[in-house]
Every structure is written in structure tokens, then in C-alpha cells.
Ligand binder design. Structure first.
Ligand SMILES: [Zn+2]
Length: 405
């Protein structure tokens, strides 16, 4: 799925109509969760039962009926995906919280499927044809949605963000291939000092805005809590924070996209560490957490450009990659503060470069070996999450179907 995003331009009253549709979506989703909770155990509520429930809600509430029927179904599907995730967590005996479906208070989007909207045949306009009263709005953005057949548009989503309303189209198309300009092979090591170090000895600097922006965000965040609850000033502080946050996530995304594109364009094989990002996010070290966010984005774009350029992207187990000598294979113990790898065999490298070479070697093994499960494309669908959409201002890929927000 390719997601094209446009800024929506309309009248105040149309924005209010979008808000109303978003509220209705949340209402339906929460009602469906309640329905599931209250149902007797033998009722076995599933996706279809929830879909039927959305029909019942349409009969009961006028404002639900005003929303396109497939959009209502999309709302109960959100409930279902929360329930399904919970069931999945219980089944797999996931340690810790099982994420029991919660009632949502902060929904920011409404999702249409293949009906309830129509594109203006020539200009960049879209009309919402249900009874929510959004009607025709203008679409601002670089992309031309008309280059894709209307049939390939599987979802249309209206999203409220800090700086206005956006319309996202999920387009079911193949990613257009481009040719590579070189056939290099590259191993990437994530560090604290640099964004990454590669097996050719190059260190990609962390862009300055990472740290600076993070500080600014923390500052605006603190400002919120200094203002009295319920006061207008607090609302303004909150808005300021949201805007800053949005700007930074876009910068971050642009950065990740640019670097991932370059890497895939120049290499036929790219190997990187498969990091347990979920476990790492809890890290309290600021620099580390910034890098984690940036790296998650970067890896997603790697997978995307891997398809575009026909590059094989392999995630390898990073175990021992920093201790092992990339030349002779001996284990050379070093603490985090040891910046140079010095081996008895005479090999001397910057520690991250040594690790990157090890990662590349593991990547080659994985590529040449029988297990090709991580090769191009295969890992894509699992790696691309919906959170990316929130970060992206232009275009991106994501797993089929949107998730809750
Ligand atoms: Zn050695």
C-alpha cells in the first residue's frame, strides 16, 4: 500500500463536519467494544458480528446513519482489531500486559472505504457524499492522485492534526522500480555517537536537529503542566506542543527517507542489526531514545526502497558483532567506552566499523544460505506499521488497512 497525503482546505463548517464524522467513528468503535464486553460468553463475537452490530447502530442513532455505511464498518473493524490483538496476546501468552481493549477518547480520524466519496474528475478536489455534510474540499499537496486509477484507492482517511486536516489515500499499487546506480554491499551498525557506522568506514552523523528539537519539545511539554487545568492558556500550550512535535517528526522522517534511499540506491545488499526496538524504547537515556525513534523510521524506509531498487535488505542478529574481530573471528572483549577494536592478529578498526563489517558478513551468510526469509520484500509487511503514516507528510508505505488512530 502506498499512502498519499494531502492537506485539506475547506470552510470552518466543513471542518466541523469532519470533526463530527471523527466523533461518530469513535462512538461506533467504543459501542462495539462495549457490545463485546457485555455479550454472553457463548455469543462468540467476531468481526462479522461487529459488522452486523454497526448496522443495528445505524437503525438506532440518526447521527450514525448519517455516516457512510462502509465507514461505519471501518469503525467496528477498529474495535475488532483491538479485540483481536488482545486475543492474540492472550493466546501467545505474551508476558506483561495483554492490552485489554480500551475505550478511546482521543480519536483523530475517520476512514472511508470505496464508497461515500468521489474524486473531482479533473481538479484536486474530493466530495464526501454521505450525510455528514463535509461535501467538497480541496486537496493540497505535491502528489497527483489522478495518476492512480480510482479502483486502486482502497481507503480514504480524514485525519485531524495539530495544524489542520489531512486526507490520506491508501493506494493498492506496486512500487515503481528504479535502477540502482551501484552494486555495493553494506553493513550498518547503530551507535550512540553516530546515526550509523558502515562497513566501508563511513560514519553518518546524527543530524543536529535531533537533539535540539527534542529539547524544544520537552520544553513546550513542560509548559503545558505549568498552566492551570481547563484554562485557555493550557489549551494554547498544548497546541504549541503538538505543532512542534509534528514538525520534528516530519524532519525526522525526511531525514530517514533520504538516507535510506541513498543506501538502497548504491547497494545490492544491506545488512543491519535486528534490534528489539520495543525493549529499547523504555531506555531512559535521551540520546538513545532519540536514536531508536529515528532508526525505526529508517528501517521502514529501508524496506520500502529495497523494493524500489531491488536491494536485498537483511536484518541480522547483532549478538557478539561488536566483540568479534571482523578479520580473524577472535573474540576481543571491550567495554562500551572502548572506541577502538585492536586484535592480536593486527586488525585495528574503529569499534562500530568493526561491528558493521561483522554485520555485513552475517548478512552475506543469510543471503547465500538457505534461509532467505528476511530477504527483500518478505519482511516488509511485518516491519511497516501504521505509525509511519502519522509521521509522514508526503508518501509512504504501510501494512494493509489502517489502525486505530
Ligand atoms: Zn583479529
Amino acid at each position: 500500500m502506498l499512502v498519499l497525503e494531502y492537506k485539506v482546505k475547506g470552510k470552518q463548517q466543513q471542518y466541523r463536519a469532519i470533526d463530527e464524522a471523527i466523533r461518530t467513528t469513535q462512538f461506533i468503535r467504543n459501542k462495539a467494544i462495549r457490545y463485546w464486553i457485555d455479550a454472553p460468553r457463548e455469543a462468540k463475537i467476531n468481526r462479522i458480528a461487529l459488522n452486523n452490530y454497526s448496522t443495528a447502530l445505524r437503525k438506532e442513532f440518526k447521527f450514525v446513519k448519517e455516516l457512510n455505511s462502509m465507514a461505519c464498518q471501518a469503525a467496528t473493524e477498529r474495535a475488532w482489531s483491538a479485540i483481536d490483538r488482545f486475543y492474540g496476546n492472550c493466546k501467545s501468552k505474551k508476558p506483561g500486559k495483554k492490552e485489554f481493549p480500551r475505550f478511546q477518547k482521543d480519536n483523530r480520524s475517520v476512514e472511508y472505504k470505496t464508497s461515500g466519496w468521489s474524486l473531482h474528475p479533473t481538479k484536486r478536489r474530493i466530495t464526501f457524499t454521505d450525510d455528514k455534510g463535509i461535501s467538497e474540499v480541496r486537496l493540497l499537496g505535491k502528489w497527483d492522485i489522478h495518476t492512480y486509477p480510482v479502483k486502486s484507492i482502497k481507503r480514504v482517511r480524514l485525519v485531524r492534526k495539530a495544524d489542520g486536516y489531512y486526507c490520506q489515500f491508501a493506494v493498492d499499487i506496486e512500487v515503481k522500480p528504479e535502477s540502482r546506480t551501484a552494486d555495493g554491499e553494506l553493513g550498518l551498525d547503530v551507535g550512540l555517537e553516530f546515526f550509523y557506522s558502515d562497513s566501508n568506514g563511513h560514519h553518518e552523523e546524527n543530524p543536529r536537529f535531533f537533539r535540539k528539537a527534542e529539547k524544544a519539545i520537552k520544553h513546550t511539554q513542560r509548559q503545558i503542566y505549568k498552566k492551570e487545568k481547563g484554562k485557555n492558556q493550557r489549551r494554547i500550550a498544548r497546541l504549541r506542543y503538538a505543532k512542534k512535535h509534528l514538525r520534528v517528526s516530519r524532519q525526522r522522517n525526511e531525514h530517514a527517507l533520504r538516507i535510506a534511499r541513498n543506501v538502497c540506491k548504491l547497494n545490492s545488499l544491506v545488512a543491519y542489526e535486528a534490534l528489539n526496538v520495543k525493549g529499547m524504547v523504555k531506555n531512559h537515556c535521551l540520546a538513545k531514545s532519540i536514536n531508536d525513534v529515528a532508526w525505526t523510521l529508517f528501517r521502514r524506509w529501508l524496506e520500502y526502497f529495497a523494493i524500489k531498487f531491488g536491494t536485498t535488505v537483511v536484518a541480522v542478529n547483532p549478538r557478539m558483532t561488536s566483540q568479534k574481530c571482523s578479520d580473524c573471528g577472535a573474540i576481543v572483549k571491550k567495554s562500551l567506552s572502548t572506541r577502538t577494536h585492536k586484535c592480536a592478529c593486527g586488525c585495528q578498526l574503529q569499534r562500530d566499523v568493526n561491528a558493521a563489517i561483522n554485520i555485513l558478513n552475517l548478512g552475506k551468510q543469510a543471503r547465500d544460505g538457505q534461509s532467505r526469509s528476511n530477504a527483500t520484500g518478505v519482511a516488509t509487511s511485518t516491519l511497516l506499521g501504521a505509525s509511519l503514516v502519522e509521521q509522514v507528510a508526503t508518501a509512504n508505505v504501510e501494512s494493509p488497512g489502517f489502525t486505530n488512530k
